[in-house]
Ligand binder design. Structure first.
Ligand code: SP5
Ligand code: ZN
Length: 320
């Protein structure tokens, strides 16, 4: 396996989020990616490569030019300890802009695009250690710890070469990714996530949202109960994999969040560390060129173990 990583993500390190009007600790910390990288290296699961630099044109396919310019200019204008919250382009209080945010977010996109290009060129499995994450970022807004939609930009890139299935297994619904492809029939978006009636992002992720125009039927949401068990998760994932198999994609992208873990400080599901290997095995059953892109997951102490289990599962197909 190839692992794509750059230390530039550390330049994005907000000092707080605002929750119900009060400051609270920012859970999306640089150590998340550092601990995953260290665990993958320790288990010798792959070769680490640095991302190449791609043109902003790739980002412009998913985000409005004025949004990209705002993110770039505003970020550069901030002093090193500022956290900027309020703008037309910011949809909630979980995505503060800081001085290093643009540089880190652009590198997270480069990380995903470098991985996508390797998959396009025949690699079977590539892991993009993108940070900040991306799946909540929409056409004109950042939110939910996300700035540029790394997975959507990678999917758009790969769609030039064949149909793409994007499976989102973060605890939260990927509202930004759904929005990007809601009218498309060449990119299937399938997501398993907590019931949006109960948790963030609240406004999307309902089972009734199934696409519009020629995109009708190419968006699939599987909202799950707050205390979802491994049994229910595995049954639901099996249904999602039937959707993907039926679509006959050429490429498979996984928006991989580890906030479904039982001890995650934000999530509420009941998945254990070994269960991530079960997930990996189920996904490997598709036998498709696969791009894993990091999304959320906030139990920093155990993120490395979850990533290792997921990759071990992806490398050992249940069906051959
Ligand atoms: C990529 C991703 O997983 N984004 C998740 C964004 C969810 N943010 C909302 C959760 C806010 C939790 N903060 C609670 C602090 C209580 N004092
Ligand atoms: Zn999440």
């Amino acid at each position: 396996m190839k692992i794509i990583y750059s230390p530039v993500h550390k330049k994005h390190n907000p000092s707080f989020e605002v929750y119900d009007g009060e400051k609270s600790a920012y859970p999306e910390v640089p150590d998340r990616i550092e601990t995953i990288l260290a665990a993958l290296k320790k288990e010798k699961l792959g070769t680490v490569l640095s991302p190449q630099s791609f043109s902003l044109d790739h980002i412009e396919k998913i985000h409005h030019r004025n949004y990209i310019t705002f993110l770039q200019k505003k970020s550069a204008s901030l002093n090193s300890n500022a956290n900027f919250f309020a703008s037309y382009f910011i949809m909630d209080t979980y995505a503060p802009l800081t001085n290093g945010t643009f540089l880190a977010a652009k590198k997270a996109v480069d990380t995903a695009l470098t991985a996508a290009e390797l998959v396009k060129n025949g690699e079977r499995l590539v892991y993009a250690l993108s940070r900040p994450p991306g799946h909540h970022a929409g056409y004109v807004n950042m939110g939910g710890y996300c700035y540029f939609n790394n997975a959507a930009i990678a999917a758009e890139y790969l769609s030039q070469f064949g149909k793409v299935a994007l499976l989102d297994i973060d605890y939260h619904h990927g509202n930004g990714t759904q929005q990007a492809f809601y009218q498309r029939d060449d990119i299937l978006y399938v997501s398993l996530h907590v019931d949006p009636n109960k948790k963030y992002p609240y406004i999307s992720g309902f089972a009734s949202e199934d696409g519009i125009g020629k995109g009708k039927g190419y968006n699939k949401n599987y909202p799950l109960p707050l205390k979802t068990t491994e049994k229910v998760y595995a049954e639901t994932l099996t249904k999602a994999l039937v959707d993907i198999h039926t679509f006959h994609p050429v490429f498979f992208i996984i928006s991989a969040g580890f906030d479904t873990y039982v001890n995650d400080p934000i999530g509420s599901f009941q998945l254990s560390i070994p269960f991530y290997q079960t997930i990996g095995k189920l996904l490997a059953g598709l036998q498709l060129p696969t791009l894993v892109i990091q999304e959320g997951g906030y139990c920093v102490a155990d993120l490395g173990s979850m990533a290792v289990q997921l990759i071990k599962g992806l490398q050992s197909p249940e069906v051959s």
